[in-house]
Write a protein that binds this ligand. Structure first.
Ligand code: C5P
Length: 220
């Protein structure tokens, strides 16, 4: 463990899932726990970085020595990321962002009706990472790709579309990987086509490996 090797680096991490309200008591959300992003934020802070964590709702305690910004919706996460972005050296987007939000948010709790079906019309949310990729200057930009199929192909496409320096891909259907698990099985993919497969390890270990890789690539 390389102590203090991230001193003087500013790191932005996003974590957990965003929630999109339907009415005052309901939302559209996803199964992200925030464990992966919190582990990265913690690891970077322990190595001396100045860390900002933008987090959707999570039951986890905010990591020590990290500036944590709590958000709920994708738009709020976007605003928080854009506000912090210019000063950042490294940006790691581990959040599971809601791609769509309900078009109308009811002011009052929606009551059960006699119809058998309820339709909720959804609008597309902005892609935060794509926006950051378009504005990229000095920042080393890392995305995540949680997939249930065509993992490698989907992840490669995202590197290109979102102008990333690296992507962490995981198949969320595997045992010992993905949502709420304390371990993860990931692959690191790079713009030159390299794919590095990691063994199953704890999310804390994935975080250290990820930061080691980012530091190595920033130097070269
Ligand atoms: O396209 P997809 O959602 O699979 O891409 C995953 C990556 O993009 C993650 O790093 C996620 O945090 C980010 N993302 C985002 N804004 C969105 C959707 C995804 O920043 N609206």
């Amino acid at each position: 463990r390389s102590c203090g090797d991230m001193k003087n680096l500013r790191v932005l991490v996003t974590a957990a899932g965003t929630r999109e309200p339907i009415d005052p008591v309901r939302y559209v959300g996803n199964r992200s726990s925030g464990k992966m992003g919190y582990a990265i934020a913690q690891a970077a802070a322990d190595r001396g970085a100045e860390v900002t964590l933008v987090s959707g709702p999570s039951v986890l305690n905010p990591p020590a020595n990290v500036k944590t910004v709590q958000v709920e919706t994708t738009q709020q996460m976007m605003d928080a990321c854009l506000a912090a972005y210019n000063d950042m050296d490294i940006v790691i987007k581990a959040a599971a962002v809601a791609d769509y939000r309900p078009h109308d948010v009811a002011e009052q709790k929606i009551k059960k009706k006699t119809d058998d079906a309820l339709t909720v019309v959804m609008d597309k949310n902005p892609d935060i990472l794509k926006a950051l990729g378009e504005r990229k200057e000095k920042q080393f930009l890392v995305g995540f790709a949680a997939e249930t199929q065509n993992l490698i192909a989907n992840a490669k496409e995202k590197i290109c579309k979102k102008n990333l320096d690296m992507i962490v891909a995981n198949d969320v259907t595997l045992q010992g990987a993905g949502f709420n698990s304390d371990t993860n099985i990931v692959k690191f993919l790079f713009p030159d086509g390299e794919v590095r497969e990691l063994e199953q390890m704890t999310k804390a270990e994935v975080a250290e490996e990820l930061l080691n890789t980012v530091l190595r690539l920033r130097k070269s």
